[in-house]
Ligand binder design. Structure first.
Ligand code: CA
Ligand code: CA
Length: 278
């Protein structure tokens, strides 16, 4: 569970002190949080410093806010997970508006993969933001390290590409390599599905949220390998996108190939490439 629980319990003891101050207006409204940095899907190198920037406001008066980071790995890790990074800190805030400006050092030994980045706030009357009404912020960020596997997308001639050219009704031309230059791989997950606009700004660090309707989804055990080719993993598969699949896309949605690799040390890396149809 979230290790912010104790912090919340502590803060909930405060409201009685403040309730008497403003006898006619009882504060029942939780603070609002606006997070500018980091953004959803952003990637950070192990050993680097993350800058956190945002704003807090409350109708009557802020008390504290907290930032926490914990791993969001799928738990499917046969190998060891050596050093998942975790962070939790709370900070004082006052007045009806305050800035969030914090620097967070990411451990140099942090396991690569997806992490939850969470900001919560409590006002002076003890009203806390919550996940139920989305007033607490929870986004996914990624940590990258030198030891994680790298994923390359190529055409059939081994030339790197930044978009897959597909033909409706025909098998998708998927080529590429998953390579671990430090140690060996454990498993590779391949998915073809939808991503929402705005979560794919950067091809190298595109970790946008995946919608529920997958056209293709499979996981391959590649334990002990240091390099595998996507076309070999998919040799017996047929991944065909039809017009009906495209019709299901909503405005701003695109089809993507998503490849996620987990190495023997539990490092998770992920790359995403848009699939384009003329
Ligand atoms: Ca309030
Ligand atoms: Ca590795």
């Amino acid at each position: 569970m979230r290790n912010t629980k104790n912090w919340l319990m502590m803060m909930l003891a405060l409201p009685v002190l403040y309730a008497c101050d403003e006898s006619d207006t009882v504060d029942t409204i939780a603070p609002e949080i606006t997070l500018e940095d980091p953004i959803s899907g952003e990637a950070f190198a192990a050993g680097s410093t993350m800058h956190v920037h945002g704003d807090l406001s409350d109708d009557q008066g802020l008390a504290t806010y907290s930032i926490s980071i914990h791993s969001n790995f799928d738990g499917h890790s046969h190998g060891r997970v050596l050093a998942q990074f975790a962070f939790s800190e709370s900070y004082e805030a006052e007045g009806t508006a305050a800035h969030i400006e914090q620097e967070i050092e990411i451990d140099a030994t942090a396991t690569a993969g997806p992490y939850h980045f969470i900001v919560e706030a409590i006002d002076a009357a003890g009203n806390a933001t919550s996940f139920q009404d989305d007033s607490s912020i929870e986004i996914e960020i990624w940590i990258e390290n030198e030891d994680m596997a790298h994923i390359h997308f190529t055409d059939e001639n081994d030339v790197e590409i930044d978009e897959i050219e597909g033909v409706l009704g025909e098998n998708l031309p998927i080529y590429g390599e998953v390579e671990d230059e430090s140690g060996t791989l454990d498993h590779v997950y391949i998915m073809v599905g939808h991503l929402e606009e705005g979560e794919d700004e950067d091809h190298d660090h595109s970790h946008g949220r995946v919608l529920e309707d997958h056209i293709f989804e499979e996981e391959y055990e590649v334990e002990g390998e240091s390099s595998v080719l996507l076309q070999d993993l998919l040799a017996s598969e047929s991944i065909v996108v039809n017009q009906e699949d495209m019709d299901e896309l909503e405005d701003g949605e695109h089809l993507y190939l998503i490849v996620q690799a987990t190495d023997e040390d539990g490092n998770v890396s992920r790359s995403t490439i848009e699939i384009h149809f003329d």
